[in-house]
Design a protein around this ligand. Structure first.
Ligand code: MMA
Ligand code: CA
Length: 190
C-alpha cells in the first residue's frame, strides 16, 4: 500500500515536472510543420534520467522528514544542522564536523540562529559556533576567514580583548566570546 502510494506520488510529481519542463524534445509536442512527431530515443533516456533525479529528491526529502521527526537534524533553508551531543574544545568540535563533511554551525541570519538555539536548548548545553577572532582583536570571522555580516552578541560582548578567541552560544541564543579550550556542545552544519 505504502509503496503503491509512493509510486503514485512520484508519478504525479514526474508528470507535473515534465509538464513544466520546457524540453525541446518532449514527446507529444508538435513538429516543425504542426503535426505531432514520434518521440526519439533521447526523449526516453532524458525522461529516465529526469525521473531518477525526481525520485532521488523525493527519497531524500523522506529521509530528512524521518530524521527531523526524530530530532536528529534541523533543516533551515539550504542548511542541515546536527549535533553528536558531545562537549569538547573548539578544535575537536570543528574537526568532528569536518570529518563528517560539514563545519561548525555558523548562523548567518536570525532564522539560522534560532534553529541552532533549538539544539542548544534540546541538549541544555552552551555550544561553540564556527566563528573565530581575527588578528585584530574584536574582529570576528567565520572558519573561512570571511568577516561576519550577522552577529547576536550578548550585552557588553565581545569583551575578551583578544584573550577570548572563540564564540559560544548561550541558552537565550546570544553570543559570548570565550576561551577555545573549554568543553562546549558540538553543533555542525551541512
Ligand atoms: C566570564 C566569561 C566571559 C564573559 C563574562 C560575562 C568572567 O568572565 O564567560 O567570556 O564575557 O563572564 O560576565
Ligand atoms: Ca566574553
Amino acid at each position: 500500500m505504502l509503496s503503491y502510494l509512493s509510486y503514485t506520488v512520484v508519478a504525479a510529481l514526474l508528470m507535473t515536472c515534465h509538464a513544466l519542463c520546457n524540453c525541446p524534445g518532449a514527446p507529444g509536442r508538435a513538429g516543425l510543420k504542426g503535426q505531432p512527431r514520434l518521440p526519439r530515443l533521447r526523449d526516453f533516456l532524458d525522461t529516465g534520467f529526469h525521473s531518477s533525479l525526481v525520485n532521488l529528491k523525493y527519497q531524500l526529502s523522506r529521509l530528512e522528514g524521518v530524521l527531523a521527526l526524530d530530532g536528529k537534524i534541523k533543516v533551515v533553508g539550504e542548511k542541515i544542522l546536527a549535533s553528536n551531543g558531545k562537549e569538547v574544545d573548539f578544535e575537536s568540535a570543528l574537526e568532528s564536523c569536518e570529518e563528517a563533511g560539514g563545519t561548525l554551525a555558523t548562523p548567518v541570519n536570525e532564522e539560522e540562529n534560532k534553529a541552532i538555539l533549538g539544539i542548544v536548548k534540546q541538549y541544555n548545553r552552551y555550544a561553540y559556533l564556527g566563528i573565530k577572532e581575527g588578528e585584530t582583536s574584536g574582529e570576528f570571522m567565520d572558519i573561512n576567514g570571511t568577516p561576519l555580516n550577522y552577529t547576536k552578541w550578548h550585552q557588553n560582548e565581545p569583551n575578551g580583548k583578544g584573550r577570548e578567541n572563540c564564540v559560544e552560544m548561550y541558552s537565550d541564543g546570544t553570543w559570548n566570546d570565550k576561551k577555545c579550550n573549554l568543553n562546549r556542545l558540538t553543533i555542525c552544519e551541512f
